[in-house]
Ligand binder design. Structure first.
Ligand SMILES: Cc1cc2nc3c(=O)[nH]c(=O)nc-3n(C[C@H](O)[C@H](O)[C@H](O)COP(=O)(O)OP(=O)(O)OC[C@H]3O[C@@H](n4cnc5c(N)ncnc54)[C@H](O)[C@@H]3O)c2cc1C
Length: 499
């Protein structure tokens, strides 16, 4: 909840995009969403009103929320907690420990966010993958160079509003406190992450980069929050070898599809027959359109995942023998492309390590059908659905480059065939979605973890109670917000246990 002094209430307004913009510029907004279901598009605003029923001005001296208070733990505080991984789960766990007076020590295998940017630039220029510093590994984890979407389907996993407040406290824009589908953007995230680390260090926490943690070096006397994300296959294997209980879990894999953003705007905002200028005016008010699509094929879900309006497709693997793609966007979401993962729900039979092997197999297949270094295999969308080869490819945001490939032929049947049927269904709902102006790029294999590090209700590993697996890599969260919330819960759990 936002923290308002005095007897403040809220009022709901249903407005045109132009009307909403005016109100937003002047008054304190508590919630905002766009309803694009009808041709007559509406913006739903909830505004703050005072006791007289007047809307509260934007700059009124009303605190947005209670600021966090971090304790100084240079002397060791109430105790030390190790954290593996500086992604959202690890960082929010560290901040929570500081609020409770515990000293966090973070080990991160990747580099600090500025050095990481240089490795990512080289990767995008197709100059090689640094296996320890890339889109998955390094300060801020997988979320740093992302779209920074901040919503979670889960309402259960703790205090989502607190996550937004902390992001805001460290520099995110005001709108993340009220947007229904808030996002930060990769250009802003790196500064926010750096400020979080500076705060942790300033208060006596410790952060070690280029430091790969291994369970072999632990004696089990200090609690360890395991926030490793889902890309550290080597760490999973080390945990398995040490006897930590892991299991396979449901996950989703597929491809990334990219359309011209103008086409997605036309489909989602019902702009057929409207001029380019009318489209430009509308998107200036409410931003480029996003979509969320879902269907069932053979009883399994096929759905869009991590849609990035005005974004870029990026090389998001950490294995030099594999090819993995994902999506990101900057805060303005203003590239001419709209990309989204389109994935198929999978339920791997067998052990956790077999599930990892399946994921790697798919990534290696993609690499074998791609080009050099980080170039990715791609096919025009209509050709993919109709099972035809394509001679050339449309322009694409993926910087290392795409090469024509028969994804319709080499994707495993349980993925490829379901994707094709899923795309047909999406085209029935949004005629024009399946077009050869769009391209599918392979593979989107890391939308969720195929492995769970089994834990109990106190968030301890069931085999190693001093380990607190959390975040996406533990298999109990997915996405920035839910991983951050899970990190907060792990830290709270330790603080309760060690009071
Ligand atoms: C390109 C891209 C775009 C994305 N876009 C979004 C989005 O818009 N919205 C959203 O909600 N989610 C998005 N995601 C997913 C999101 O980033 C993850 O769900 C989230 O970061 C998971 O948080 P985490 O802290 O659990 O793990 P991670 O962020 O993966 O962090 C884990 C960290 O642990 C480190 N690590 C692993 N093993 C070790 C070890 N042995 N020793 C030391 N350190 C180790 C890694 O280097 C990494 O930095 C995106 C992901 C990618 C790759």
């Amino acid at each position: 909840m936002q923290c308002f002094s005095g007897s403040m209430e809220t009022r709901q307004l249903i407005l045109t995009p132009e009307g909403a913009k005016e109100i937003e510029q002047q008054y304190r907004i508590v919630k905002r969403s766009v309803d694009a279901r009808q041709r007559d598009l509406k913006v739903l605003l909830t505004v703050l009103v005072d006791a007289q029923g007047c809307m509260v001005p934007k700059d009124a001296p009303v605190p947005l929320y209670e600021a966090p208070v971090f304790q100084h733990v240079q002397d060791g505080g109430k105790g030390t907690v190790k954290i593996v991984g500086a992604g959202p789960a690890g960082l929010f766990a560290a901040l929570t420990l500081l609020e409770h007076g515990y000293k966090p020590i973070i080990y991160e295998r990747g580099k600090d966010v500025s050095s990481r940017k240089r490795d990512i630039a080289l990767l995008n220029q197709n100059k090689g993958l640094n296996t320890e510093s890339n889109y998955c590994f390094g300060e801020g984890g997988a979320g740093t160079f992302s779209d920074g979407k901040l919503f979670s389907r889960s309402k259960k996993r703790g205090n989502m509003q607190r996550v937004m407040e902390l992001f805001h406290y460290f520099g995110a824009d005001d709108n993340i406190l009220y947007e229904a589908h808030a996002h930060i953007g990769s250009d802003k995230l790196s500064g926010i992450i750096r400020r979080m680390r500076e705060c942790i260090v300033e208060h006596g926490g410790e952060v070690y980069f280029d430091t790969k943690w291994n369970i072999r070096n632990e004696d089990g006397k200090t609690p360890v929050i395991l926030a490793i994300g889902h890309s550290a296959h080597d760490t999973y294997r080390e945990l398995a070898a040490a006897g930590v209980q892991l299991e396979a879990k449901g996950c989703a894999m597929g491809v990334r599809v990219e359309h011209p953003q103008s086409l997605i705007n036309r489909l989602m905002y019902h702009l057929k027959g409207k001029s380019d200028e009318q489209q430009r005016q509308l998107t200036a008010l409410i931003g480029n359109a996003a979509y969320q699509l879902v269907t069932q094929v053979d009883g399994q879900g096929v759905y869009s995942f991590c849609m990035c309006p005005g974004g870029h497709i990026v090389p998001a693997g950490s294995d030099p023998d594999g090819c993995v793609v994902n999506g990101m966007s900057a805060s303005h979401r203003n590239s001419p492309y709209a990309n989204s993962g389109i994935v198929v729900e999978l339920h791997p039979a067998g052990s956790a390590l077999e599930a990892l092997n399946y994921q790697e197999h798919l990534e290696h297949l993609a690499k074998a059908h791609g080009g050099t270094e980080a170039q990715a295999p791609a096919q025009r969308l209509k050709d993919f659905v109709e099972g035809k080869a394509c001679k050339d490819l449309p322009s694409c945001s993926y910087l290392p480059g795409i090469v024509p490939s028969r994804l319709d032929e080499w994707l495993p049947r349980e993925i490829g065939e379901r994707l094709r049927q899923g795309f047909r269904d999406f085209d029935r709902k949004y005629p024009g979605f399946v077009t050869n102006d769009a391209v599918v790029v392979g593979v989107e294999s890391r939308s969720s973890s195929p492995v769970r590090i089994v834990r109990n209700d106190a968030m301890q590993s069931v085999s190693h109670p001093w380990l607190y697996p959390c975040g996406e890599g533990a298999g109990y969260a997915g996405g920035i917000t839910s991983s951050a919330m899970d990190g907060i819960r792990a830290a709270n759990s330790i603080c309760e246990a060690f009071q």
